[in-house]
Each structure stands twice: as structure tokens, then as C-alpha cells.
Design a protein around this ligand. Structure first.
Ligand code: TEU
Ligand code: CA
Length: 622
């Protein structure tokens, strides 16, 4: 089997949320035609893989994460024929396409569930999780992620069914072999069509704890999101290994599998991504995106400490250093925009902080994910009224707060900060009407800042956020050390500086960012004297010395070779753009540096100033 080819270790994935990406027919909703028309944007960015959020037939109760037919495209988005066209074009451009696989639950309008609920003795009854009530109420105290109970009463057959998400998203019963077989067949059907892999929605929830026991009560909460009852359950590893065997083992091709796993621990993630176990290539963990909210209520925003954020991500770097693999992400369709969350979206710091956060993320070991608009530094939306919110999670939450006589103002503030709709406002293509997203009425309003924050304004600007992402993606492709190098945190307890090194036997990178407005002078020690600046986010940055003067949100990547390398004479003290007499290693490396400079005149200026060629060798990626 060819799945062990780890091409995805040096790849960068771009997530498209089709509903909000580009609308080709003026109905205000993004579609496949819109994606086809914008592939040049992704090509220019340089990403390797496109992951599409769900485009299957769906009543859209959760914007497509409620699927009623896994083998068709929702008419909102297009047709299977258009999908085939898109796939061919993506492949033609040298990129891969990954589908979202939502199989913890289906829509209640899926034929399987329609049958299952039709009678207690229907052959598909046990394809879902049906239980009798307990004392005239729900079978247990489990809460839905979208507020209220996780159980829905079904009058005709007088039982409850389980739904960890919306009542229109009943959970499948994975213990039933026919369910697993049906999922496998469907995956094979998509692979036969040519797709390159799957991002698997809440895939660590598929095996529920035997007996579905109550979760420990939380004061003032009638229903509790019962992670212990469904996350990383008893059979999940078996089910995933079985998927690999049944779906991928007999096939040839370079596939990628990513499991979305709320609540997963580092120890578990190591198991899920251990190549020897044949489960998944990588997982999305949630520790760093749970950091600024209270447990059990994501809209109770608590702020965050940079030290805690760094330590969390660094813990994951360490945990999967020997076995397994990390995914790296700030954003997706469920998270508020990172520049408004962990960065600083005030005008003076917006661009620098977006680039700084990108730098620290893309410098780490793992596969980076870019969510649509992140490469432009798109910000949160200025939500004000309850009517501004579309998302089922937000709408239900607000209703629940009103019902329980809670603090309405606090609820609205929490929604504005954390709502998933922050990620879902239309992609900002240009300064024109509706940001060039649609000629019609967009399903969710366009952020007013599209007048200046848009792709058209950034594509040709060499100092744009877009150009910085381009440069980071190029570095990922060119520098094996970014893929394989060991990770070592520096200044872990510093509340403002985010710094670490990446190391191989003969090379070393320093990634350092000032994650705040106040300038800081940082002592980085003599080993970095004269190291080459590979990428910076501010003008006039120069090569390193023992101390760096970092302006607000200043972020840099420096590279140097190890002393061993110096002693065997592979480096000289000539300028990196010196003439043909340079040794081949140096000039090849300089070419890399100049390549990056093309995207970023600031880096270019700095390589001119830099007086060294103590630079890393461009080793081919595996
Ligand atoms: O999300 C899983 C999940 O638990 C959260 O990220 C979710 O977005 C929610 O905010 C928890 O408070 C996945 C999908 O990414 C999400 O869009 C779906 O709504 C959900 O599963 C159900 O399919
Ligand atoms: Ca459309």
C-alpha cells in the first residue's frame, strides 16, 4: 500500500467553505462554479491540497454538515458533473482535493434515518441510537453542542434518538457492522471518482461509552456536553483501522486523511497518527482553540495568556515529535478569525500581527492549514444585534440565554467574539459591491472592511499578508528543515515573545515573533551572529546579532548552519548575492533566499544588508 508515502508532510492545505467562497450564479450562495472561477487564486498562493467543506445534498440545517445523500451534490452548490470538472481542473493544476466526511451523524432527512424512525422493527432501526426515556424524561443528561438536550423525542415510535449536534443531525450507530460497511462503500465511491482523501468530521465521537452513562453534573446546567461519554470511545481505534484496511489498503495513490477531534489528548493523538497503527495521517486537536473560553460554554469569553497558548502548541510539538504527526491551524469555518482573536486587528498592527501569527504557526512541525481569507488577514465581523447571527449554534445559544433569563448583553458580546459566522462572512475578493463574492444578495453580510481588505488589493502588493503566506508556503516546500527539523521552544515563560528553533544535523532555524505592540530587545546569543534572515514581516529588518530589536508584532525567521558545517568550509563571509565565484552550496542557497525575496521586498532588502551566507542548504524534501 502506498499510504506510507508522506508527501503530506511537506504540503500546505487550503480549506474552502463553499457557501462563502465565490458565487457564480447570483443567488448569494457560493458554489462549485465559483470555486472553478477562482482556482488561480489558490495556484498563486501555492497550496498543495484543497479541502472542501461539505457540498453533498443537505437540508442545510448546519450548512451541509447534515447530509441527506452522500452520493450527490446539493443543487445549491452544483451538480456531480460540475464536481468532476472541478476535480479535473484541480488535478490539472497539480493540486489535490479532499472531501469532508461527516459520518458521526447524518441528516434526519437521509433515507437511512427516514427508514430507521419509521418503526421499531425496521431493519435500519439500529443504524441510529434509540433509547427509551428515563422517568418520563431524556435517557441521560447529555447536552447537545448546539444547546439543550442531545436527545429528541420521536412520538410515532415513542423513543428518543441521540444527536450530539442539532436535532436534525441524528448520530449513527457505529457498532452496527452494516453502518460501517455503508460508510466504507461511500468512501470508495468518492475515491473511485478521483478524490485524494478525507477530512473526517468529529471522527473521535463515533464510539460511545457502553451504557451511555450520565456525565458528572455541572452546576446550573441541566444538560452537559459529555465528552467522556463519546470522545475517544472504546472502539474508535478499531473502527479507524478498519476504515484504512477496507477503504485505502488495496488502492494505489497518494491519499491524505485528517481526523477532526474535539477534546483529543496528545497521548491519544499519538495513537491515532502512529503510522504503524494505520488509522489517520493527522488530527485536528482543539486545545489551543479552547484556551480563551470557559469549559462547557464557548461564548463565555475569558481572554488568553500568550504563555498558555505557546505552551499548549509546544506541548503538541513535543508529544508528536517521535511518533505521529501534527496538523497546524489557527482558523477554520468554526473558529473566529485569528487576527481578531490572538492578534491585533487595529489598523496599525493588523497586517503585522496577521503575518506574525502566520509565521509562528507555519514555522512549526506539522502540516499547515490555511482557511479561506486567512491569507488576506480577514477579521471578525462587527456583529451587533441578535439578528446578525445565522449559525444554528449561535441562534440556539441566544434563545437559550433568553429562555433562562440570562445576561443578554454578555451573550451578544460572547457571540460577537466567538461566533462561527465570523469565519463564514463572504470571501473578500475586491472593493466592489459585495466584495466581488456575488452579484446578488449574499446569504451572510460582507464585512464592511472589504473596501480596503481584499484579495485584489493584496495580490500584486509585495508586502501584503497574502505575499507573506505565499513566502511561508514556499519555504515549507523548499526547506526540509521546516518539515523534519526538531522543535525546541525558547523563552517559554516570556509573556510577549514567541520563539523556537528548528534543528537538523547541520542546520538551524530561529523563528521569533514579538506578539505585542511594545518593542522588545531580545538577547538570542552569539550563535546567531550573522545568521541570514529568510523572512521578515517589517521593513528594514537586518541579519541577526546577539540581540534583536523587535518592533511591535515583528516576526522573523533566521537560518544558520551548525559549527560543524562552518568548519568544513561550506560557508564564506561573502554577501549572499555574491557573484559566480561563490561555492555551489552557497549560491544554491542564495537562490533560495532571493526566491523568497521576490515575494517580499522587505526580505530582499534585508538579504542585501545581510553580511553573511551562513545559510541552510536547500535539501530536497522527501
Ligand atoms: O465541528 C465539531 C465541533 O465540535 C465544534 O468545532 C463545533 O463547531 C462547535 O462549535 C462546538 O461548540 C464539526 C464541524 O466542523 C462543524 O461545522 C459542525 O457543525 C459539527 O462538526 C457537526 O457536524
Ligand atoms: Ca450560487
Amino acid at each position: 500500500m502506498t499510504r506510507t508515502t508522506a508527501w503530506w508532510k511537506s504540503a500546505v492545505v487550503y480549506q474552502i467553505y463553499p457557501r462563502s467562497f465565490a458565487d457564480s450564479n447570483g443567488d448569494g450562495i457560493g458554489d462549485l462554479g465559483g470555486i472553478i472561477g477562482r482556482l488561480d487564486h489558490l495556484r498563486a498562493l501555492g497550496v498543495d491540497v484543497i479541502w472542501l467543506s461539505p457540498i453533498y445534498r443537505s437540508p442545510q440545517a448546519d450548512n451541509g454538515y447534515d447530509i441527506s445523500d452522500y452520493r450527490d451534490i446539493d443543487p445549491l452548490f452544483g451538480t456531480l458533473a460540475e464536481f468532476d470538472t472541478l476535480l479535473a481542473k484541480v488535478h490539472g493544476l497539480g493540486m489535490k482535493l479532499v472531501m469532508d466526511l461527516v459520518v458521526n451523524h447524518t441528516s434526519d432527512e437521509h433515507a437511512w434515518f427516514v427508514e430507521s424512525r419509521s418503526s421499531r422493527d425496521n431493519p435500519k432501526r439500529d443504524w441510529y441510537i434509540w433509547r427509551d426515556g428515563r422517568g418520563g424524561a431524556e435517557p441521560n443528561n447529555w447536552g447537545s453542542f448546539f444547546s439543550g438536550s442531545a436527545w429528541e423525542w420521536d412520538q410515532p415510535t415513542e423513543q428518543y434518538y441521540l444527536h450530539l449536534f442539532d436535532r436534525k443531525q441524528p448520530d449513527l450507530n457505529w457498532e452496527h457492522p452494516q453502518v460501517r460497511k455503508a460508510v466504507q462503500d461511500m468512501m470508495v465511491w468518492w475515491l473511485d471518482r478521483g478524490v485524494d482523501g478525507f477530512r473526517m468530521d468529529v471522527i473521535n465521537f463515533i464510539s460511545k461509552t457502553e451504557g451511555l452513562p450520565d456525565a458528572p453534573a455541572i452546576p446550573e446546567q441541566r444538560f452537559v456536553v459529555a465528552f467522556d461519554g463519546f470522545a475517544d470511545g472504546p472502539h474508535v481505534h478499531d473502527y479507524l483501522a478498519e476504515l484504512t484496511r477496507e477503504v485505502f489498503s488495496a488502492r494505489h495513490g497518494d491519499f491524505i486523511t485528517i481526523g477532526e477531534m474535539p477534546g483529543v489528548t496528545p497521548a491519544r493523538a499519538r495513537l491515532y497518527t502512529d503510522p504503524a497503527r494505520g488509522e489517520l495521517n493527522m488530527v485536528f486537536q482543539f486545545e489551543h482553540v479552547f484556551i480563551d473560553q470557559s469549559r462547557g460554554n464557548k461564548f463565555d469569553y475569558r481572554g488568553f495568556e500568550l504563555v498558555a497558548l505557546k505552551k499548549s502548541l509546544h506541548r503538541w510539538q513535543a508529544a508528536l515529535a517521535e511518533t505521529g504527526w501534527n496538523s497546524l491551524y489557527w482558523n477554520n469555518h468554526d473558529q473566529p478569525r485569528v487576527v481578531s482573536r490572538f492578534g491585533d486587528d487595529a489598523p496599525d498592527y493588523w497586517a503585522a500581527s496577521a503575518k506574525a501569527l502566520a509565521t509562528v504557526l507555519h514555522g512549526m512541525r506539522g502540516t499547515p492549514f490555511v482557511y479561506q481569507g486567512e491569507e488576506l488577514g480577514m477579521t471578525n465581523y462587527p456583529f451587533r444585534t441578535p439578528q446578525d447571527h445565522e449559525d444554528v449554534e449561535a441562534v440556539n445559544y441566544y434563545e437559550r440565554v433568553l429562555e433562562q433569563g440570562g445576561d443578554e448583553t454578555a451573550a451578544l458580546a460572547g457571540l460577537a467574539k466567538m461566533s462561527r459566522d465570523n469565519a463564514r462572512t463572504p470571501m473578500q475578493w475586491d472593493a466592489g459591491p459585495n466584495a466581488g463574492f456575488t452579484t446578488g444578495d449574499p446569504w451572510l453580510p460582507v464585512n464592511p472592511n472589504h473596501s480596503w481588505l481584499n484579495a485584489a488589493a493584496q495580490l500584486d502588493a509585495t508586502d501584503s499578508v497574502f505575499a507573506h503566506y505565499q513566502a511561508l508556503i514556499r519555504l515549507r516546500h523548499e526547506l526540509a528543515i521546516l518539515v523534519d527539523g526538531d522543535f525546541t521552544p525558547l523563552m517559554a515563560d516570556d509573556p510577549q515573545i514567541w520563539a523556537y528553533t528548528r534543528t537538523t544535523a547541520n542546520a538551524k532555524l530561529l523563528v521569533i515573533a514579538n506578539c505585542g505592540r511594545e518593542p522588545r530587545t531580545v538577547d538570542i546569543g552569539p550563535e546567531w551572529i550573522g545568521a541570514e534572515l529568510l523572512l521578515g514581516n517589517l521593513p528594514d529588518t537586518t541579519g541577526a546579532s546577539t540581540a534583536l530589536d523587535l518592533a511591535g508584532w515583528d516576526a522573523r525567521i533566521y537560518s544558520t548552519t551548525t559549527p560543524a558545517e562552518v568548519s568544513i568550509g561550506l560557508t564564506t563571509d561573502v554577501k549572499s548575492d555574491s557573484g559566480p565565484s561563490s561555492r555551489s552550496v552557497v549560491s544554491r542557497t542564495s537562490a533560495t533566499a532571493r526566491g523568497n525575496s521576490t515575494d517580499n521586498p522587505r526580505a530582499s532588502a534585508s538579504s542585501r544588508n545581510s553580511r553573511t551566507s551562513l545559510v541552510i542548504k536547500p535539501v530536497a524534501n522527501p
